[in-house]
Design a protein around this ligand. Structure first.
Ligand code: PEP
Ligand code: MN
Length: 332
């Protein structure tokens, strides 16, 4: 249950109510927010007179639920935004990982030519095998910071674990919590306290309910700038890397108040399917796409098979324009 209390009560007094209820307490400019788990269905007697609003829920999807906040949260992305009136579709693109100055510089040049604002590239890669490239770490973050200066791009990059969460928060404009890290509560807290937009990727074995619960974790730390990312779930199918869950996206659009982006690259796992999927996602009116593209995909040190080369990326991007316009979206 979420209860709003007025600001004329002292913070200490609100904390006492929260403790009695076993609730979290957040302070907003105009009111306090108490959040207890969804099994609490009624406002306690002592708060009935003073509560200025209350909502009960069927599950612990609370802060991220449209029952609580019926609109979509607007998330600022540099000089633009996603969510809010839902008019924009953001392109987040770049290689899987930062590999070298030359590689990331070529990526930035292509993004600039295409008019794209957000560069994505990982420096701490969560790999399936310990014998594969795990990213350049802080050296990679420094390269990304240089590229931001030189090309004016925003940087989206991921936290793999708590050992470098503060570093990623320091360098990133948008913090990514990866699919394998979705349940890492240390990372969810760091993302919640970062004050930056957060891309929360759905774990490939996670239900929608588990995803939105993790979004609530971040939001309950006071950060409402959460962007959900569907990146494919594991099904019985093995010919594609994962299965892009578009039904799940429809469910999220109906029930969750956060912008949603899709990552066809990790879902498909092969470059040949990405453009079709990107067009399908655009037709669904999603808030953004995350696409892996590399100046030389066959040389890539991670996710080589799924990265588009720059020509493929430009063709795919151009083909999205009329579809976006048909569903009332502007590509940003
Ligand atoms: C990535 O975005 O490069 C990545 C590792 O994705 P995921 O966490 O979805 O596997
Ligand atoms: Mn990748």
């Amino acid at each position: 249950m979420i209860i709003h209390l007025p600001k004329n009560i002292s913070r200490a007094c609100v904390q006492e109510y929260a403790d009695k209820l076993g609730a979290l307490c957040m302070e907003k400019p105009d009111y306090f927010v108490l959040i207890s788990n969804h099994t609490v269905k009624n406002v306690p007697a002592e708060l009935q007179e003073i509560a200025i609003g209350h909502w009960s829920f069927a599950t612990d999807m609370q802060l991220s639920s449209r029952e609580y906040y019926p609109n979509t949260h607007r998330v600022a992305i540099g000089d633009t935004y996603i969510g809010g009136d839902g008019k924009n579709q953001l392109m987040i693109a770049g290689p899987c990982a930062v590999e070298s100055r030359e590689q990331i510089e070529q990526s930035c040049q292509m993004l600039k030519e295409q008019g794209i604002r957000v560069l994505r590239a990982g420096c701490y890669k969560p790999r399936t095998s310990p014998y594969t490239f795990r990213g350049l770490g802080e050296d990679g973050l420094k390269l990304l910071a240089e590229m931001r200066e030189k090309y004016g791009l925003l940087i989206a990059t991921e936290m793999r674990d708590a050992t470098h969460a503060d570093k990623v928060v320091e360098y990133a404009d948008i913090v990514q919590v990866g699919a394998k890290a979705m349940y890492d509560h240390g990372l969810l807290t760091a993302a919640g306290q970062s004050g930056k937009p957060v891309i929360l990727k759905r774990g490939f074995g996670s239900t929608l309910q588990e995803l939105v619960n993790c979004a609530d974790f971040i939001m309950s730390c006071g950060n409402e700038q959460v962007i959900l990312c569907e990146r494919g779930i594991r099904s019985f199918e093995t010919n594609t890397r994962f299965t892009l869950d578009l039904c799940g996206v429809a469910w999220l659009k109906e029930h969750c108040n956060l912008p949603i982006i899709l990552d066809p690259s990790h879902a498909m796992g092969y470059a040949y399917g990405i453009a079709d999927l990107a067009r399908a996602c655009t037709a669904m009116g999603v808030d953004g796409l995350l696409i892996e593209t590399h100046p030389c995909p066959e040389c890539a040190q991670s996710d080589a098979a799924q990265q588009l080369n720059h020509r493929q990326f430009a063709e795919m991007y151009a083909s999205l324009q009329p579809i976006a316009a048909a569903v009332g979206k502007t590509l940003v």
